[in-house]
Design a binder for this molecule. Structure first.
Ligand code: TZP
Ligand code: MG
Length: 208
């Protein structure tokens, strides 16, 4: 989850979502989350199956937002849950062994509670305010990121407002990875944008 792409067709400037994802993966994306807030279930499953096939040769894991049933139906690699989705224990009990779970944390209480769980990553949501998610919580900012780093054993992903300008500092300040929608989906070249973000991540890692 070093460079984690979260999909949003509406952010793709009219271009095909599968093309955007494949370009981004060629540029260096290491994990993809299919996030669909308005597709019906059948279309969601079809899209998940197609993405899973697309990502297989690249060995990039596919994570499904919110929906454990879509993970099972598409044989995706795991699920991303938020604080109002199915609770962790229920998700873990429903998933076969080997599937991974990522969780969004919006408050210090969420971070502390998550210490007891087996998570592939904890996502600080949002790091910065972003128009890509209108109902987001109070941003963590770098001060919040510092606190979480000191209080969590999980790999940390930051999401919300990450771009070419602020990626390096997020990594320097304790994030293990960044998750983006618009910095890749809305870029003129998703492939170049991903490659440049990867460089910014590496620059941050070199300073830590
Ligand atoms: N969750 C918290 S912020 C966000 C999500 C899905 C949107 C991130 O989009 P962007 O364009 O990378 O700020
Ligand atoms: Mg959710």
């Amino acid at each position: 989850m070093e460079l984690y792409l979260v999909t949003d067709e509406a952010a793709c400037l009219g271009r095909d979502l599968f093309w955007v994802v494949e370009e981004a993966v060629k540029g260096g994306v290491t994990m993809v989350q299919l996030r669909e807030k308005s597709l019906d279930t059948r279309a969601f499953v079809e899209r998940a199956k197609r993405l899973k096939e697309l990502l297989k040769p690249y060995q990039v894991p596919l994570i499904i937002n919110d929906r454990v049933d879509v993970v099972l139906a598409s044989d995706a690699d795991g699920v991303h849950i938020g604080q109002s989705d199915m609770p962790y224990e229920t998700v873990r009990a429903l998933l076969p062994p080997g599937k991974i779970i990522g969780l969004s944390a919006e408050t210090p209480e969420h971070v502390v509670e998550a210490e007891q769980w087996d998570l592939a990553y904890l996502a600080l949501s949002p790091l910065y305010a972003t128009p890509s998610k209108t109902d987001h919580a109070e941003p963590w900012g770098l001060t919040g990121l510092h606190w979480v780093r000191a209080n969590s054993r999980h790999p940390l992903v930051v999401i919300g407002g990450l771009n070419q300008q602020n990626t390096t500092e997020a990594i320097e300040n304790g994030a293990n990875g960044i998750a983006v929608i618009s910095a890749i989906c809305s870029a003129e070249s998703p492939r170049t944008a991903a490659a440049q973000l990867k460089n910014r991540i590496q620059a941050g890692q070199a300073k830590t």
